[in-house]
Each structure stands twice: as structure tokens, then as C-alpha cells.
Design a protein around this ligand. Sequence first.
Ligand SMILES: Cc1ncc(COP(=O)(O)O)c(C=O)c1O
Length: 472
Amino acid sequence: MSQGPEPLAQPGGAQPGDPGGVDMRTVADLMREEERAFEAAHPLSKQSYERGLGCFLYGAPMHWMQQWPGPYPITVADAHGARLTDVDGNEYVDFALGDTAAMFGHANPVVAEAVCTQIGRGSTMMLPTEDAAWVGEELARRFGLPYWQVTTSATDANRFVIRLCRMFTGRDKIVTFNWNYHGSVDETQVEFDETGAMVPRTGVHPNAVHHESTTRLVEFNDVAGLEEALAHGDVACVLTEPLLTNIGMVPALPGFHDALRRLTREHGVPLVIDETHTISTGPGGYTRAHGLEPDFLVVGKSLAGGIPVAVWGASQDMAERIWRVLPHFRTGEAINHFGFGGTLAGSALQMAAIRATLERVMTDETFARMAGRAERFEQGVLGVFARRRLPWHVTRIGARVEYLFRPDPPRNGGEAHHARHPVLEACIHLYLLNRGVLLTPFHNMALMCPFTTDEDVDLHTRLLDGCLAEIV
Ligand SMILES: Cc1ncc(COP(=O)(O)O)c(C=O)c1O
């Protein structure tokens, strides 16, 4: 991944993307054709969506589900391993894998067995089971942080860590990076506008959150900007992914993580690393693979093989600071909600699913297999771009691959955002979908699961080539 010599783009300075070499009129024509083909092949999905419009606020149980390319979402009948079938009988190779939640394969038999067994023995008692201690010890071993808590989503885990950091630092703001995504965490729903001002994220209502009092926003890889933000002395924590993964992929430049750790330590600011997506790197995530030293670590989504869960871990130092403001509860004292947690968090079902996933799925061998497929995917796409003379690049983090319409990886979220081309993206995605391949909506991300085959990968490569042959 080569890096250009020019200085980092500053907030508001990035230029709109140019998908170079693509004829956008042809794209529009192709899109119309693909939409017609989609409608012809998905009459039952249409019926199902039309019913949804009558009872769901946005036509589906969660509004993102209707944001796939095409006039309406497919309705799923069945999903196994790397494959998915819709109610119209169409089959797909699924590279979206529930946007990472199903990264270890749909209906993974190991997890399915553990979950079925545990449901038969009680799924939620608000008490620990014997799986809990095993899971806690394994998380500590794997990620190198001694103390853990379980939540039902990564959003919750991030919210709770921010809340705790505020409590024990006595500071109000968080630092986060432009075009981050950490779930629907209020403090993170911001972006830079074209003038470099921090504004609510596009499409997110301000929600009566006064972001000026909750957030300092910095471009990823911008060490000077980070230093300036921390110098105010009002930052409770820095929350970041090891590299940005939700606006295409934005890799950390050499030295960025060292600077991030040095500066946060110098300013006494806890560093929270969110590995929810970058766990694709390997069994201990990017953190272990690259020797990062976070104060808090969050992982969600795939950790329980598709059962809703996330965990957050704290260093010894952070745990001691938390205990000072929130001491261990003792019987006989008034109940203390602590301001975080959840009735279903840490349930017997979650713990059985996490244990099965950590013990028998998230192994070195599984990750090696997934990375092998991902490398093939990366090489295949690079070959297509070379053949079609397209100045675009591919980034890969273990099992996760992403292509973006610019020559080099972007160096910050602003650059990545401007390199996106939603119309072109939607056209490529719909072309693939109509021929049996699903990419993650919103960007060109493909994940390999343990069941993804070389043939699956090669199918994507052939189809991408076919699509680009029509529009370049
Ligand atoms: C890095 C990261 N953190 C947190 C989340 C939120 O996860 P959840 O939707 O499970 O709360 C996401 C979701 O995409 C994510 O990408």
C-alpha cells in the first residue's frame, strides 16, 4: 500500500471523487437494466417488503436493511456458511456476512450446537454460568487486558466505556476521528463539513446533543491535530478503530499508533481501541497482531457467532480507577446500577456462544484459511483493475478486503469519503447481486468466512470484470 508524498488533507480540503475511466451515462443505463432484472427475479421479496412498509417505520425491522442496492431488499429464506438463499429461490455467495456479525459463517455448526444446548438449559438467569469464568480468562489471555464486562452490542460497550472514562477522569469530551463508526454512540455522530467545522453526521439529526460539549473531532493519522485536541485538558478518552473500516478502509500511517499511544499517555487520556471490525486481522485482532497497548478494548458482532454480544476489557490501571469511583458492590448496601449494564448482558446464552466461538472457531487455523481466501480476492480484484486500466486500489486486513476508487489508500476519513462514488458503487453491487454475489452495502467491503471457497472468490472476480467491461 504505497503512500503519496503530499501533505495530509485537512478538514474540508479533500476534493470530490472522480471514478476515472468510468462512463457515468452507461452506469445509469446499466443500473436501470439491473433494476428491471432485479424486479423480475424477486417478486416474493417485493411482496414481503410491501407488507413491511405497512408495519415497519422504514419497511424492515431495522432501517439499514432497506438500504441495499435495488428497489427493495431481498427477503432471506435461509443462510448457511458463506451462502444465502432468498424467498424467490435465488442463491448468493455472501461476502457481507451481516456486516461482520456472521464473519464465522451463517449457522456455524459449532455455535449452533452450543446455542441449542444452552437454550435447552436456560438462556438468561441474570446469574453467571460456568462458561463465564472460562470466557473471561480467555479474553484476558487473548487480548492482554485483565478485566472484562459483557454487553449486548458494541454500541453499548463503547457507550459504557466512555461513561466510565468520564466518571474517573472528571472530563467531559471524547476525541474521535472523522468518518469513524462506533455504533449509534451520540458523541461520535459528527463529521467535518467542507469548511472544516464539526457538524452532526450527514443523515443524523442533531438529537439535541450539543456535540461541542461532548466531542473533539480529528482526522485519522493527523498527529498534530490530535495533540492540539488533547492539549485542552478536557478529554476523557480517545475512541478509535485501529484503522478506519466504515468509510472504506483507512490504514494507520507508519508511526501513527506510536504517536497516539505516546500522546494519550502524556495527557493522561485513556485509549479505547474498538476491534469490532478489525478482529478480522486474526485471533487477537489488530491489537495483538501489531502490539498495540490500549487501556480499553471493545469487540462486538462476530464474537458469539451471530448471537448479539460485545465485550469490553480494561487494563489493571483503568480497573483500579473505576473501582475508586464505583467500588465493588457488597450485599446489604443499596442497589447500585452504576449507569451501565443490561438485563440480557452476560446471559448464559451469550456466554455459551462466546465460549464456543473463542474455543473452537476463532482459532489460528480458521483465520489462516479466511486470510488465504481474502488474499485471493485481493489479487483477483487487483488483476481486474489492471486489466481494465483503472487507477483504483484494494486494502486487506486479514479476512476483510475493500476496494476504493482512488489509486492509494486514503490517509484520513475526509479523503476516503471523497473517494466514494455511491452511484457507481450501487451499480456494481446490484450487478453482482443479480448474478449471485452480495457485497456489504454502503461500501465495497468483502469478508471471507471459514466456508468461503476459492470458487466463490473467483465468481466475484469474474463478475466484477464483467461489470467493469460494460461501464469503463
Ligand atoms: C467499529 C464498530 N464499532 C461498533 C459498531 C457497532 O456495533 P453494533 O451495531 O453491534 O452495536 C460497529 C458497527 O458497524 C463498528 O463498525
